[in-house]
Design a protein around this ligand. Structure first.
Ligand code: KIV
Length: 269
């Protein structure tokens, strides 16, 4: 891979200026990360959504620094071209700016990520400044921020009410001034996302935020149809892998039970 092909933080920023849409998918393991990377996905996000879709928790809250580091090292080993961003888990950056900087640094130093992502607006702006000033690129995350689900109480669309929309707009400006290189906008009205995208010089990456963002992200198991019970309006399924896997497993079981696997050709003499 020529160095000029590798996706860097400045290149992501430059894509907005050129009007080139940015693609982002999540990964939690080496194998999937490599497949997404070879498909040309620009950003591979080691999302804390892994707490739910990888580990089976009900929320993203339980995942730890050590678990996120483990996922990040695996993903980083699989990616040659894309920008690997690690999600900072709940309470890894809220306690103090010093602790946040130390934890963010671990994702680059030990995990092999190129950047980190964290959730929230004004309350985390000073922390973002501190991390960025150490040379660690930060991506923001506004709108529906799943680490605050216990405070929100539900996963409804954010920013439908005027005051909530105003707060998201204000937080987007604050994050840009604090130095984030991009911001995820999750589950907000398309019009609000368009307005924020237009007003910022940094790229917006939408999930459930309509078509006018500078890029789009989906949780990979959702778009692959692996997560059958969860089918939100904003996810387009590009495959039905749950059915493919179940059918393969059941054909394997059938072959074994009926003595059709392994065959002579699949055995050593
Ligand atoms: O954890 C995650 O996968 C995310 C995306 C939904 C943006 O934060």
């Amino acid at each position: 891979m020529a160095p000029s092909d590798v996706i860097t933080v400045p290149r992501i920023a430059g894509m907005k200026a050129k009007g080139e849409k940015i693609t982002c998918l999540t990964a939690y393991d080496w194998l999937t990360a490599g497949l997404l990377d070879s498909a040309g996905i620009d950003i591979i996000l080691v999302g804390d959504s892994g707490a739910m879709v990888f580990a089976g928790h009900e929320t993203t809250l339980p995942v730890t620094m050590e678990q996120m580091l483990y996922h990040t090292t695996a993903v980083a080993r699989g990616v040659r071209r894309g920008l690997v961003i690690a999600d900072m888990p709940f309470l890894s950056y809220q306690v103090s700016a010093d602790r946040a900087l130390e934890n963010a640094g671990r994702f680059l130093k030990e995990g092999g990520a190129a950047a980190v992502k964290l959730e929230g607006g004004e309350p985390v702006a000073d922390t973002i400044r501190r991390i960025v000033s150490a040379g660690i690129p930060v991506m923001g995350h506004l709108g529906l921020t799943p680490q605050s689900i216990r405070a929100f109480g539900n996963y409804r669309v954010r920013g439908e009410a005027q005051d909530e929309a105003g707060a998201i707009r204000k937080d987007a400006r604050i994050l840009e001034q604090a130095g984030v290189f991009a911001v995820v906008l999750e589950k907000i009205p398309a019009g609000l996302a368009a307005e924020i995208t237009e007003s910022l010089s940094i790229p917006t990456i939408g999930i459930g935020a309509g078509p006018h963002c500078d890029g789009q992200v989906i949780v990979t198991p959702d778009m692959l149809g692996l997560f059958e019970s969860f089918r939100p309006k904003f996810v387009r399924r590009y495959a039905e892998l749950a059915e493919t896997i179940r059918s393969a497993a059941s054909r394997f079981a059938d072959d074994v039970k009926n003595g059709r696997f392994p065959s002579d050709e699949e055995s050593f003499r």
